[in-house]
Design a protein around this ligand. Structure first.
Ligand code: SF4
Length: 282
């Protein structure tokens, strides 16, 4: 099978914090974001046989914990992605995917195949402003598809389920009798047994890339209102190599401005990712 291939970073400890990972870039994307930094791999095609990449991952498997598949948009090449993810899992590696969220059905399929341990979903603008979303993405975007992808993350993300459970528990505790509480614990144990047998303990994050005058505080507030406790990362937009001129000529937010936006938004699970400091939990 052929893969439109964008390249690899053989070993990184930054791309997937806490893991020694290989980043694999798939070529091609269905979007055309004005601030895209990877246009060199979305504009041209470079087909290789997928066995070449499989061999490379196998050779590295003693030195890495995980592969992080990014792009471009990995779900555009669904068969190649599934094959590679299965190969990595068979080698005992974890699999992470960075996606723009336009292919919720494919995302769900991969999660249900237990071929995905981590998903990073990029939400580019508020759902309530589809015009702005499409403007940033450079093409008409069906925002409902991104919403669907977000709902999949809410459903399968382990920490999110626990966060919601804890909040509900605290709320309900005062009203319940001892018998109710015991029944609740039994139900949860049964549910946990089922979940564990399917091995769907997904880790996830949602990201948004910020640019002064384009995507800022108000957009972040609107996006967080949909996240229900999922980890959220504000990324410092880079302007130097941006695809469109209008994004090349603006000043970037500096780390302090990023922190200020993150802190003022009042969302619990928020981090920033900057060039200088990498990922920083606020
Ligand atoms: S920034 Fe946009 S165009 Fe570039 S790879 Fe990501 S989704 Fe595709």
């Amino acid at each position: 099978m052929k893969l439109n291939f964008g390249g690899v970073v053989p070993l990184s400890t930054i791309d997937w914090p806490g893991k020694a990972s290989m980043s694999v870039f798939f070529g091609g994307c269905n979007l055309n974001c004005k601030y895209c930094q990877n246009h060199n791999i979305i504009d041209k095609e470079n087909f290789i046989d997928i066995s070449e990449l499989s061999e490379r991952i196998e050779e590295s498997s003693d030195f890495i914990d995980a592969i992080l598949i990014t792009g471009g948009e990995p779900f555009l090449q669904k068969e190649a992605l599934t094959l590679l993810a299965k190969k990595a899992k068979s080698l005992g590696l974890e699999v992470g995917i960075q996606t723009n969220g336009c292919f919720p059905d494919r995302l769900l399929e991969l999660i249900e195949l237990c071929c995905c341990d981590f998903v990073s979903l990029d939400i580019k603008a508020p759902f309530s402003d589809s015009k702005k979303y499409s403007d940033v993405a450079g093409v008409e975007v069906d925002v409902d598809k991104i919403k669907k992808s977000l709902n999949i993350l809410k459903k399968f993300t382990s920490s999110n389920s626990k966060l919601k459970e804890n909040k509900e528990n605290k709320r309900d505790m005062g009203k319940k009798t001892k018998k109710d509480i015991n029944k609740n614990i039994e139900d949860k144990l049964n549910l946990n047994k089922k979940t564990n047998s399917l091995n769907k303990e997904l880790q996830s994050e949602v990201t948004t890339t910020l640019f002064p005058g384009k995507i800022g505080m108000k957009d972040v507030e609107s996006i967080t209102s949909n996240l229900e406790g999922l980890n959220y990362v504000l990324q410092q937009g880079k302007t130097e190599n941006a695809r469109k001129k209008e994004y090349r000529n603006i000043d970037e937010f500096d780390a302090e401005e990023m922190r200020e936006i993150g802190k003022n938004v009042g969302y619990e699970n928020i981090s920033i990712r900057t060039k200088e400091g990498g990922k920083e939990k606020l």
